[in-house]
Write a protein that binds this ligand. Structure first.
Ligand code: GLY
Length: 370
């Protein structure tokens, strides 16, 4: 029997949509090219920070704010269904500035945020250190975001898969989709190595691999952007808030680890951790919080962010009937998972979206279908 909905991609986005639509009573099947949740969602730092991209990507702000507002209810429901704790924590974040131009850079940052519709609390270096004693004494100015939060992305992925399965979603690993089956302007399913799979609706949520699916690239010309990460044993003097600087960021986890990130690299689909990448991350980490110079390195890894040509997500129906896209979340897939699921529900049920989809239209890169 054909599914109501076939989702291609088992990361946070695909699983959140699957969970949402199974909650509507839809029969949902989810395919992942390898192990669900083992790509960008697994590699993420888990920062839920609308301010992080706001200065460069203002259209993202309404989406990011709506996502952060949804998060407490989203994880509460998820955790109660899945029985898995996701370590959601609203520890707040600091953006810190160094050097003689720190006040000027702080002012520019606040102005860019205001233009994007966000605000933060300006702090002197001393005020920032009172809030976060691990900070480098050379931090000369900062901005504080009390509402920002973090989650354990790997736990979130496990919880999403478990919750989706509890609602009857069939999740399949090792099912690589090569092509969307399109006939006379209508999508009737997908082609995999194991054969064709029919579905009434298809949503592509395959992250940076979306563009490799025939029939999809014109809407989702995604590309991978590598991010390397390190988990450090922060010790007693570790940071308690998230901290970002021009050279990196730190995300403290409740278990005492501190995630340090990251690089932005065009390395194709290569997920290697490199000496240069680690050096950059560790220098950035120790500059923010000098005690981390002595931290033990617990783990290093790299992931591939799903970038789009304008760095904004690609969300919504295409002009191919029954084919829609939810990818290109770039640096914010974990943050945007709950709002993406809600928006997908709206477009799949033919309801108005709660946040305008216009800036994220799958048509913005495509010439009309032949
Ligand atoms: N969102 C953090 C990163 O992309 O590195």
């Amino acid at each position: 029997m054909s599914e109501d909905l076939l989702i291609v991609g088992g990361g946070a986005i695909g699983c959140a949509i699957a969970w949402e639509m199974a909650g509507e009573g839809w029969k949902v099947r989810l395919l992942d090219r390898q192990k669900p949740g083992a790509e960008a969602s697994w590699a993420a730092a888990g920062m839920l920070s609308p301010s992080a991209e706001a200065p460069h990507l203002p259209p993202l702000v309404p989406l990011a704010r709506a996502a952060l507002d949804l998060y407490p209810g989203f994880v509460e429901q998820l955790e109660s269904i899945a029985g898995i704790h996701t370590d959601f924590e609203r520890q707040g974040s600091l953006v810190v500035f160094f050097g003689g131009r720190a006040n000027h850079t702080q002012g520019e940052f606040l102005a860019a945020l205001a233009r994007a519709g966000l605000d933060g609390e300006p702090l002197t270096g001393e005020e920032a250190r009172r809030r976060e004693p691990s900070l480098n004494p050379e931090v000369a100015a900062a901005v504080w975001f009390a509402e920002e939060a973090s989650v354990d992305p790997r736990a979130l992925g496990r919880a999403l898969r478990a919750a989706a399965e509890r609602r009857g979603v069939a999740i399949e690993a090792g099912a690589e989709v090569f092509r969307a089956l399109i006939e006379r302007g209508r999508c009737r399913g997908v082609a995999t190595a194991a054969g064709e799979i029919s579905a009434a609706r298809v949503v592509i949520a395959a992250g940076c691999y979306s563009a490799a699916i025939e029939g999809v690239a014109r809407y989702a010309p995604t590309r991978p952007v590598r991010g390397q990460m390190a988990a450090l044993d922060g010790g007693a003097a570790r940071p308690r808030t998230m901290i970002r600087s021009e050279r990196g960021y730190l995300v403290p986890r409740p278990d005492g680890r501190v995630f340090a990130g990251s690089t932005l690299e065009n390395a194709g689909f290569d997920k290697s951790v490199t000496a240069g990448g680690l050096r950059k991350i560790l220098n950035g980490a120790a500059e923010i919080a000098p005690s981390l110079e002595n931290a033990v390195i617990l783990e290093t890894w790299a992931g591939l962010r799903p970038d789009s040509p304008d760095h904004l997500p690609i969300l919504g129906p295409t002009e191919i009937e029954n084919l829609s896209i939810a990818t290109g979340h770039y640096r914010d897939g974990i943050l945007l998972a709950p709002i993406t699921a809600r928006l997908a529900r709206a477009w799949l049920l033919g309801q108005p979206p709660e946040v305008s989809l216009d800036p994220f239209s799958p048509f913005r890169f495509a010439s009309p279908a032949p």
